[in-house]
Design a protein around this ligand. Sequence first.
Ligand SMILES: [Zn+2]
Length: 112
Amino acid sequence: MDDCATCDTAGVPSAGSLPWDIDATTKALIQRVRAGRMRELRHDVPLDDMVALLESDQHYTISSFMECLDCGRVLAWQLCIRGNPILRHADVEEVDRWRWSPVPPRERWARS
Ligand SMILES: [Zn+2]
């Protein structure tokens, strides 16, 4: 399959030791959702809130599954405390199979 111009280009490599630049990749995904090129399927928190929750250290793995409206595949973006961020394609079945865990109330970690 040829690279998809929407989902295969979302990951922004990090200049440091992480595989992906967390802020820039999250922004790239938000831009694609706002442009109607992807849609959020299921997540711990919306893309806009992922980095704030990560920085609060209150949720071990923060996952967001999105559907690429260009190629139809599902993309997973996962931020982990003290781990590498993961950007990968996933089977649609995984969206519900993922072991979702409760997120602390937003007022405990949100920036605004
Ligand atoms: Zn795609």
